[in-house]
Design a binder for this molecule. Structure first.
Ligand code: HEC
Length: 155
């Protein structure tokens, strides 16, 4: 039989879990969900741009659109990673703790991406397909560079 003090402790623990769920955890879940959608959209824009730049008759309006979407995403990316939305915060995410432990490094990786994405916008305007392909690769390297250091291989 449980003593009343034990019952009170169990109740208190359950209550604090409920509070945590209503405050931080749910929020983190929504943050991660939205973040993954943003990142998936980035991946789609990059793929679409690459496919178009590899086709016989590139649709330049589409390439410019995709480049603009990538640059917009690159500018916003740091806001997709608020503190408390990493692994260990009760969410399924590949975002490594290093993002928040080494904020300057993460910022550099984000900035490198944004710089190359802006260059991609400029490249798209030239309608020079070789330049666009080369610049898309440069952007891709900044995606990979960040993933290698800040993204886990599993949730
Ligand atoms: C500054 C770091 C950084 C840059 C730059 C970056 N990513 Fe990511 N990316 C991440 C992290 C961290 C995750 C893991 C997010 C998570 O699981 O919550 C991720 C996850 C993803 C995912 C998986 C989303 C999902 O559904 O789980 C895709 C797709 C992706 N990135 C595409 C890209 C592409 C394409 C680029 C470049 C055009 C890029 N990323 C640039 C850090 C970055």
């Amino acid at each position: 039989m449980r003593s009343s003090i034990q019952r009170v402790m169990v109740l208190a623990a359950a209550l604090s879990l409920a509070v945590a769920a209503s405050a931080g955890v749910i929020d983190a879940r929504q943050t991660v969900k939205a973040r993954k959608e943003h990142l998936k959209a980035l991946g789609k824009s990059m793929k679409s741009l690459r496919d178009e730049a590899g086709s016989w008759h590139p649709n330049w309006a589409s390439i410019e659109n995709d480049a603009a979407a990538v640059a917009k995403g690159a500018a916003a990316l740091p806001t997709w990673f608020p503190a408390g939305s990493g692994r260990g915060d009760g969410v399924k995410t590949k975002a490594l703790a290093a993002i928040w432990l080494k904020p300057a490094d993460f910022q550099n990786a984000s900035r490198a991406f944004a710089t190359q994405a802006d260059n991609l916008v400029d490249a798209a305007k030239t309608q020079n397909v070789a330049l666009v392909r080369r610049q898309a690769k440069a952007v891709g390297r900044t995606c990979g560079g960040c993933h290698r250091r800040f993204r886990a291989h599993f949730d």
